[in-house]
Design a protein around this ligand. Sequence first.
Ligand code: FAD
Length: 164
Amino acid sequence: MTPGLTRREREVTDIQEILKILDKSKIIHIGLVDGDEPYVVPMNYGYTYENERLTFYLHCATEGKKLDVIRKNPKVFFSIESDIEPFSGQVACQYGTAYSSVMGKGIAYIHEEAEDKMNFLSLFMKTQTGLDFEFNERLVSAVTLIKIDVTEFTAKHRPKPINA
Ligand SMILES: Cc1cc2nc3c(=O)[nH]c(=O)nc-3n(C[C@H](O)[C@H](O)[C@H](O)COP(=O)(O)OP(=O)(O)OC[C@H]3O[C@@H](n4cnc5c(N)ncnc54)[C@H](O)[C@@H]3O)c2cc1C
């Protein structure tokens, strides 16, 4: 993890709390760099956290813009949020949104091998559903798997104010 949040009091450093955010969210926004233009894609994800390494597993069709961009530049930035709860107050500046979030960067790898795809899809489904699924070569032939090796990440929690 990398320190550096402006609102340090909101930083989440307990890895178990961070993993809870990843378990709840299910949706990741992947930021890519398409030449000199940004490109952001919302996707579902699976993840693993092993030996202090965070890895995401994404699945998609076998062609499309994000794959074209990743092939040219595999650097990604991601943003994930959970526990979204808008709150209100007496005046405009007391309105806000409680949230938990994780952001970071990594390197994306496109996997076309059937065995990789079967393994990664099982990890994807475990995060998405909590269930164990098995895949065969026929089932994975229509999809491409993207693995993201995360190199840095931070997490943040903004609680709902007590009186909101
Ligand atoms: C909550 C959520 C979860 C999703 N989960 C997945 C997932 O797990 N796997 C997956 O492959 N896709 C998922 N999608 C769809 C994903 O966001 C993309 O639409 C899809 O992956 C195609 O991306 P692409 O770069 O190949 O775009 P292309 O199909 O090549 O399209 C290119 C152009 O279409 C437009 N476009 C692409 N996607 C979107 C979009 N979502 N909304 C509006 N305009 C768009 C953009 O202008 C883009 O330049 C999800 C979308 C949402 C909202």
